[in-house]
Design a protein around this ligand. Structure first.
Ligand code: COA
Length: 165
């Protein structure tokens, strides 16, 4: 059986925390679809095209990434359209869990065949979030520890442009 799993997020930007989950998922499933939500309500600093590009660059070394796509609307509908029944979510701490249980239930109600699989973040990444990393960059802290090189460079450029404007 060929298993395809979908890993969603806003990825503004993709961090080593996301890559930890993606890399481990590629060892469990035959194919991974990375689904990047446009998520304008989060006011992302990278537009969807940029987030897709940075995710492509950051995962180019992984063999079984089937596709990386942007989406609007409901994730469960996208999973159905992409014919995958497995949704991967990373859980960093116990505090993520309450939200994840509700999200999994809603997604299952929309698409009953969809099962959520949770991977625990490796402990060195259990405290990272894209917002924390952006905050560090805004205050001129070093984000190299949290981001692939190209993402780190792109974030520095983006933050400098925002500050200059
Ligand atoms: N390592 C590092 N950071 C991680 C992480 C990990 N393993 N897992 C999550 N994070 C970070 C994310 O970067 C994000 O940081 P931010 O809030 O600073 O941007 C935060 O933890 C929350 O992650 P997540 O819950 O995955 O949120 P998200 O915004 O990245 O993605 C969607 C949320 C897109 C999956 C969700 O909103 C969605 O499915 N949207 C579509 C609409 C829909 O179907 N909604 C559900 C039914 S109502």
């Amino acid at each position: 059986m060929n298993t395809t799993a979908i890993y969603p997020g806003t990825f503004d930007p993709i961090t080593y925390g996301h890559l930890d989950i993606i890399t481990r998922a590629t060892k469990i499933f035959d194919n991974i679809i990375i689904a990047i939500s446009n998520n304008l309500k989060k006011k992302p600093i990278f537009d969807l095209k940029e987030r897709i590009e940075l995710t492509k660059i950051s995962t180019s070394h992984l063999k079984n990434i089937k596709k990386i796509l942007g989406f609007n609307g409901l994730l469960a509908n996208l999973a159905k359209k992409e014919k995958t029944k497995i949704l991967i979510r990373g859980v960093r701490t116990i505090f993520d869990f309450d939200y994840e249980i509700k999200l999994a239930a809603i997604n299952k109600q929309i698409y009953p065949d969809l099962d959520s699989i949770f991977l625990l973040s490796s402990k060195e990444f259990s405290f990272i979030s894209s917002s924390f990393v952006k905050e560090i960059a805004k205050h001129k802290g070093d984000t190299k520890l949290y981001l692939p090189k190209e993402v780190h460079i792109a974030l520095l450029k983006k933050i400098n442009n925002i500050i200059v404007q």
